[in-house]
Design a protein around this ligand. Structure first.
Ligand code: NAP
Length: 295
């Protein structure tokens, strides 16, 4: 009898996770099927309850349920509760455990594909939603020297900055020497070259440029404000490359697309479910084919 891993979210029509996760499961010839379980908000509770059945090993959770799912689980890992979002559920016996692999996926892609070491670096973050939270906590833990958070809705940027500062001040973490300086700027600051003048890394955590969104085809930054030599990392993975990455290339910046992060966060989930080393190259190849087929 096969076992199952679900992808829980709504809508799921354009998700490519089933392609590269199944490729990884097939690589090990595991009798496990990774399936898209499209789940509207009213169905979230019964879907999570079903995960407790013995044929199910766990799930990925995506938009819009990453936050709503927390109270439905038995245990939530520290990093996931700091971030306030779960993207991976593992069933261990009769317990459902929640994890966040976005932070890990972001860093793995940054190190391995972007060849970038965040310690001591100045970073500008566009956005303050769910994935921005994961990215900012990851960069604080990696000891980036400064984070500037720029978001359309200032209150959301302030909430994120406050929780990062309180994490940095947390006395139990003093021995880890976290010392990132966190500031926020209004959205209009994106038009000013001086916002980026001294930074090493720009991360787009907004949905701007995403295929099928109202901002499809748009870039959050103009060519004039992007310094040459900076690394521009766009977490939007469809289309690939995005309008922002095309502009960044013209500006002489280095670029990193969001597909690598998508695969690395999925690879970390794969390891949690199966205990096996994820075949990242196979997963990346399959993800690139799936996005290519989408275009
Ligand atoms: P979210 O929680 O809904 O946050 C969306 C962010 O985009 C917010 O900061 C929002 O600003 C901003 N935004 C939306 N429309 C905007 C506009 N017209 N002008 C300016 N800002 C706008 O979404 P999320 O889960 O963080 O995801 C954000 C993006 O990251 C998505 O495109 C998603 O596909 C991508 N992502 C990629 C990966 C990966 O593995 N590569 C993983 C997770 C997410 P306000 O606060 O003002 O609304």
């Amino acid at each position: 009898m096969p076992k199952f891993i679900g992808l829980i979210g709504y809508p799921l029509k354009h998700s490519i996770s089933p392609y590269f996760q199944q490729a990884a499961l097939d690589y090990y010839q595991l009798d496990i099927r990774y399936e898209a379980w499209e789940t509207g908000p009213r169905k979230l509770e019964p879907t999570i309850a079903k995960l407790r059945e013995p044929q199910n090993l766990g799930a990925n959770v995506t938009v819009p349920h990453k936050e709503a799912v927390l109270p439905l689980l038995d245990e939530v890992a520290n990093l996931a509760s700091l971030i306030g979002a779960v993207n991976t559920i593992v069933r261990r016996d009769d317990k459902l455990l929640g994890f966040n692999t976005d932070a890990d996926g972001f860093l793995q892609a940054l190190h391995k594909e972007g060849h970038f070491e965040p310690e001591g670096k100045r970073v500008v973050i566009l956005g303050a939603g769910g994935v921005a939270r994961a990215v900012c906590f990851a960069l604080v833990r990696e000891k980036a020297s400064s984070l500037i958070i720029v978001n359309r809705t200032p209150a959301r940027a302030k909430t994120l900055a406050d929780s990062l500062r309180s994490h940095i001040r947390d006395s139990s973490l003093r021995s880890e020497g976290l010392k990132t300086e966190v500031t926020t700027l209004p959205w209009q600051a994106l038009n000013l070259g001086k916002t980026f003048g001294r930074c090493h890394l720009i991360v787009n955590c907004t949905t701007i440029g995403m295929k099928y969104s109202p901002q499809e085809g748009q870039s959050p930054l103009s060519l004039a404000v992007i310094p040459s030599g900076v690394l521009v990392y766009d977490l939007v993975y469809n289309p690939c490359p995005t309008p922002l990455l095309l502009v960044a290339e013209k500006a002489g910046a280095n670029t990193l697309d969001g597909l690598a992060m998508l695969v690395y966060q999925g690879a970390a989930s794969f390891e949690l479910w199966t205990g096996r080393e994820p075949p990242v190259d196979i997963m990346l190849k399959r993800a690139r084919e799936a996005i290519g087929g989408e275009r």
